[in-house]
Design a binder for this molecule. Structure first.
Ligand SMILES: [Zn+2]
Length: 111
């Protein structure tokens, strides 16, 4: 109920029940305080990230991983949608499977 309680959208009956419980329960008062703190700090994040935010992070990861991640190879690979690669692989395997089912066995000789 904390979310509705903090936002003031809790119905009166629930609100007074919660307030009564909070008056008696230190554990829930502590929980409510940490909930308020979390919501408060999240609220400050509402502004958009600066435009260099993502490239800078990728640059950092690139440097710290000694080029293992977010290198040029990664950028090139990122242009091919992964779903298309998966779909193409599945179709290729299906075609292979059907060809194997209907094709004449190779390398098997009759008596
Ligand atoms: Zn409680």
């Amino acid at each position: 109920m904390f979310s509705d309680f903090v936002e003031g959208t809790l119905v009166a009956r629930d609100k007074s029940a919660l307030e009564q419980h909070l008056a008696a329960c230190i554990q829930c008062r502590t929980d409510l305080e940490s909930f308020r703190r979390a919501v408060g700090s999240l609220g400050k994040l509402k502004q958009a990230a600066p435009p260099r935010f993502l490239p800078d992070i990728q640059q950092q990861i690139y440097k710290r991983s000694h080029g293992r991640f977010f290198g040029r190879r990664w950028k090139l690979f990122g242009r091919i949608p992964f779903e298309w690669v998966s779909l193409a692989t599945i179709i290729a395997m299906l075609i292979y499977y059907i060809a194997m089912l209907h094709g004449t066995p190779v390398g098997v000789r009759g008596p």
